[in-house]
Design a protein around this ligand. Structure first.
Ligand SMILES: O=C(O)C(=O)C[C@]1(C(=O)O)C=C[C@@H](O)C=C1
Length: 191
């Protein structure tokens, strides 16, 4: 049945093996509570995005019922995957994700806290505890792997995660998992 289509196990594996290493630095910052809360938020957001593939697949079925029905009856998962794939849309999604990560992932620094500013001190992290503990450090420890930054990114504003890494995660994992949900949904569609 279509509502049994759930890729939680695959998603957890991808999150632990691919997403986390891409957006964090190795090591232990002892922030287990905050990390746990954010892990759950990320997993829920990814799960929702991927499993919305069921609605997308239903719309695609409605648009081409005969084509899909023939492939579903033939149990031809590869042909279904091919029929539902739209490379132009995928390219637009990747570019939008890259732009969003570059825009909303900026680490905003008050002018007075910027390196070279007379009021910036090396150990002043502000009353709310935010900010770099070292004003000469261009990246927040634990948030941005410097090795994940392209030279273009490193020259621009400080970013919490590399837009290229986020775009690659979408291309290699998020969209393929969404398509896997779509295929599984369609295979169960007539049952
Ligand atoms: O928008 C669609 O047509 C989808 O099926 C969604 C999606 C995606 O995951 O973003 C997946 C497959 C398509 O090739 C394009 C995009």
């Amino acid at each position: 049945m279509w509502h049994y289509v759930k890729l939680e196990t695959e998603l957890t594996h991808v999150y632990l093996q691919e997403v986390l290493p891409g957006i964090t630095q190795p090591g232990d910052d002892n922030n287990y509570g905050s990390a746990g809360v954010l892990d759950v938020l990320c997993l829920q957001a990814l799960s929702k995005r991927i499993h919305y593939g069921k609605f997308v697949a239903e719309a695609k079925f409605q648009a081409q019922p005969q084509e899909y029905e023939r492939l579903i009856r033939a149990r031809d998962a590869q042909a279904i995957l091919h029929l539902l794939t739209d490379k132009a849309v995928e390219q637009r999604v990747i570019e939008r994700v890259r732009l969003k990560a570059a825009t909303f992932g900026q680490d905003i620094v008050a002018p007075s806290q910027q390196p070279g500013s007379s009021s910036a001190s090396s150990n002043d992290s502000g009353s709310n505890g935010e900010g770099s503990s070292d004003s000469s450090d261009t990246h927040l420890p634990g948030l941005l792997p410097p090795q994940g930054l392209s030279s273009k990114e490193a020259a621009g504003p400080r970013l919490k995660v590399s837009p290229d890494v986020v775009a690659a995660l979408y291309e290699r994992w998020v969209m393929p998992l969404t398509k896997e949900v779509e295929v599984q949904y369609l295979l169960a569609r007539l049952g």
